[in-house]
Design a protein around this ligand. Structure first.
Ligand SMILES: Nc1ncnc2c1ncn2[C@@H]1O[C@H](COP(=O)(O)OP(=O)(O)OP(=O)(O)O)[C@@H](O)[C@H]1O
Ligand SMILES: CCCCCCCCCCCCC/C=C/[C@@H](O)[C@H](CO)NC(C)=O
Ligand SMILES: [Ca+2]
Length: 476
């Protein structure tokens, strides 16, 4: 058999079976309209579609067509290659797709229809597609449909949409298993249904930090070949009430304020974050409170490491064993309980409190907020940015975007942790008596005057791009 790619007559082409997308018999008239192949008597052909690795983690769908005069030989090749594809057991056959038509630049539907659906169809993946009509549509729907007939759920949108689908899926699995999400110590049942992300949001940090690029075709191809990457998920509670899960950024102060302001400016599209970011930077609010945390002992890595987490990462593999053992013994170890000896307590004035489960790399910040954070090591990197001058805070922010060490500042601390709690001073004070009523009023006054740097108002949490309004949280 002889092969030639689109635009090429012949050549060598090595493709691992795991990266073949599809094999199809080819209409020969279309392919051999020029050159010497026209002269062949009754040629037969098939086309192999495969993953081509392009620059910067991008994947493309390439094709190579093979011709031969022997029809039987041609069919044998097609048959053998199709059998090879059948052996790729991790590949999805049936997917449930949720499209947020309003995420990012409002291109989700077009991106899916033009770039993704043709690839799924080529790979013989059948899909049920839901175009969401309102926020929480996907989440609610995941509690109703028979999720077990699907090999995966695909969300077309940004971080907020991923978060919604993740909440629906984890919540559904716990409900079906009789687990109460409000109990912070309940060992959650692991979810084996994968979520694929087709990036169509504004930040797309979960996609960028896992795939390395925000490109719908690359993500579709990863889904088709059945790739998977486990992710750490944090649960957030307050007073035995479940609030939310987080996979990327849980940020109070700077990132909470940006989100709060930017949600009012959705009409601006993706630049709302730049506008609100600048405004929040100028307002230079700091917040007082107490952070207590349990340092991570089970992981080999540190937030100041130079090595980045990748699929198959050694540190994630090593760390995986221990949390599983610990989950079985939950609550038995004294120091693990809130207030045990190993807990560290920091009171202070903070411009930002960022708890990241992964690097949070995104096109705006290609290294992310914690470049050496691990995707699945069972730990969070807790970054505390203490009150400092505007100039110093700007220096810190600029390091989100360049190669310099973001943690090499006297006002920035970073800890690799397993659990943490935060209580705002505002709440601590209001719990303690009547004298604080005036302060609360003053806090309200200051929220209405963003130029004021007073420390009495509360921020909100930016939980994977969704707002979470709670002045006291427990995260594990
Ligand atoms: N049909 C809809 N109408 C309005 N809101 C929706 C709809 N479908 C989903 N949503 C909500 O829109 C929110 C934001 O969506 P998404 O994350 O896709 O875009 P984004 O906020 O622009 O991107 P990013 O989160 O990456 O910054 C999500 O929280 C989701 O719950
Ligand atoms: C003057 C220089 C300013 C540089 C500012 C860099 C900003 C980097 C932004 C990094 C955000 C990474 C965390 C991701 C958060 C997402 O969950 C969230 C929703 O998509 N996005 C934002 C912006 O809050
Ligand atoms: Ca982690």
């Amino acid at each position: 058999m002889t092969g030639g790619g689109a635009g090429r007559v012949m050549g060598n082409c090595f493709v691992p079976a795991s990266e073949i997308i599809a094999v199809e018999e080819t209409e020969i008239e279309k392919q051999c309209s020029s050159g010497k192949w026209q002269k062949m008597a009754k040629p037969h052909a098939f086309t192999v579609y495969y993953v081509k690795r392009a620059q910067k983690h991008r994947w493309q769908c390439n094709e190579v067509t093979f011709w031969c005069v022997d029809e039987q030989l041609c069919n044998q090749w097609i048959q053998a290659l199709k059998e090879l594809l059948e052996l790729q057991k991790s590949r999805p056959k049936q997917l449930l797709v949720y499209i947020n038509p309003y995420g990012g630049k409002q291109q989700g539907k077009r991106i899916y229809e033009q770039k993704v659906a043709p690839l799924f169809s080529l790979a013989s993946i059948s899909t049920d597609v839901v175009i969401t009509e309102h926020a929480n549509h996907a989440k609610d729907n995941l509690f109703e449909v028979n999720i077990y007939k699907y090999d995966g759920i695909v969300c077309v949108g940004g971080d907020g949409m991923f978060s919604e689908v993740m909440h629906g899926l984890i919540g559904r699995i716990q409900k079906d298993s009789g687990i109460d999400q409000n109990n912070p110590k309940a060992p959650l049942v692991q979810c084996n249904i994968r979520i694929g992300i087709i990036p169509a949001g504004s930040t797309d940090c979960v996609c960028y930090a896992t795939v390395g690029v925000t490109d719908p075709v690359t993500s579709a191809l990863h889904i088709i070949v059945g790739d998977s990457q486990p992710l750490d998920v944090s649960s957030i509670h307050h007073n035995n009430t479940f609030l939310k899960y987080s996979v990327s950024l849980l940020g109070y102060g700077f990132y909470g304020d940006i989100l709060k302001d930017s949600e009012k400016k959705r009409w601006m599209g993706t630049i709302r974050y730049d506008f609100s970011g600048f405004k929040t930077f100028l307002s230079h609010h700091y917040y007082e409170g107490t952070v207590s945390f349990l340092p991570a002992k089970h992981t080999l890595g540190s937030p100041r490491d130079k090595k980045r987490c990748r699929t198959g990462c050694y540190i994630c593999r090593q760390s995986k064993q221990q949390p599983e053992e610990q989950q079985k013994n939950y609550g038995l170890e004294h120091n693990e309980d809130e207030g045990g000896d190993d807990w560290k307590v920091i009171k202070g004035k903070f411009l930002a409190i960022n708890a990241v489960n992964m690097s949070c790399a995104c096109p705006r910040s290609p290294k992310g907020l914690s470049p050496a954070a691990h995707l699945a090591d069972g730990s969070i990197d807790l970054i505390l940015v203490r009150k400092c001058s505007r100039f110093n805070f700007l220096r810190y922010l600029v390091r989100h975007t360049n190669q310099d060490d973001q943690f090499d500042f006297t006002f920035v601390e970073v800890y690799r942790i397993k659990k943490f709690q935060f209580t705002s001073k505002h709440l601590e004070d209001s719990d303690s008596g009547v004298k604080d009523v005036g302060k609360k009023r003053f806090g309200q006054f200051c929220r209405d005057h963003p130029a004021c740097c007073c420390n009495l108002s509360n921020s909100i949490w930016n939980c994977d791009g969704e707002t979470l309004d709670s002045s006291a949280i427990e995260v594990r």
